[in-house]
Design a protein around this ligand. Sequence first.
Ligand code: PMP
Length: 394
Amino acid sequence: MFELLKEQPEDKILMLMQAYREDPREAKIDLGVGVYKNAEGKTPIMRAVKAAEKQLWEVEETKSYTGLAGDVGFADAMFDLLIGDACPRDCVAAAATPGGTGAVRQGFDMIRMANREARVFVSDPTWPNHLSILKHMEMHIQPYRYFDSETRSVNFAGMIEDIADARVGDVVLLHGCCHNPTGANLTLEQWQQVIDTLLKTGATPMIDIAYQGFGDGLAEDAAGLRMVVAQMPEVLIAASCSKNFGVYRERTGLLLAVAQDKVRRQANQGMLNYLNRQNYSFPPDHGARLVTMVLQDDALRMDWEEEVREIREGVLALRQQLAGELARLTNSDRFAFVAEHRGMFSRLGATPEQVEAMRVSHGVYMVGDSRINMAGLNKDSVPVLAEAMVAAGV
Ligand code: PMP
């Protein structure tokens, strides 16, 4: 029967990683895959996570199953980190998932259970996995304008016009912060206008937040999400701990369903448990437990917040250096957007031919849509990228 299966396209980013590995040049630069890397090109285990892991080894007495929704302590700690006091805890159902991808997938599944005809409005562009999962699930995809390739900032008028078309029973997927792949984000005033528009349409927002703390700060990056949660009757939130806790391979994420009251919350909790049960039964626990320990212990938390700050400021410094270098080389402020963008990614606005030219001439590897992972750079490689961009005529 296997001959009946259609061959699936290979993941473009994984193909890029392969090509990078095979490039014999010493001075090649990998700006492809979306993991944080320090100045030495390493993706370190965060200090507080390592310390929690040591403690856990001492105190953990069983590897028996947790609940279907994972450990409640994890949901509580993440609720505080994401939502704070924007809405009552007892209106929110939550289930641990394998990574943020698991949360996105379970969120889509919940939408489909509620309304097979739901259209999911997604930013153009968005994280490619959003599209690929929706397609796999045979759900309706409705792109909304988001990125203005001229200004490399948000085409807000286009966005509002497009999401105003959503109806009751539709879902509008928003990036909580650090938009992937563009790096262009909404201001708080714009978040408010999105909320006003969604309230008029009756559509449900779903927020994917995978980089909290990497943009402007832990609370700052959740500010838009908190406004949505405080003002809208129903919200889905898919959160990832992969980046901000550096626990990528532990697969740590959480899906939250915000409802108007406790009764609805209980029904939603049943649905989240059911969906976990159908798809993989109990979610992974190791990463979730480490995250919970870090968030609950004052000393570990302080150290973690400090390390997140170091990461954030390091990426911002690279942004400023690159924008400065490009201003110098081009004698213009065309590339000022690099310093305005937030999070690990920026879309440079280069054509596929220019992306290829930069790979050939300078060994710079980026995704075909010209998304770069800023964390793949360091002080010494920033001038090389700037030179490659100018040489390729970006
Ligand atoms: N959403 C977005 C927008 C992302 O960029 C990512 C990571 N690439 C995720 C969700 C999920 O990541 P993970 O499954 O590794 O937690």
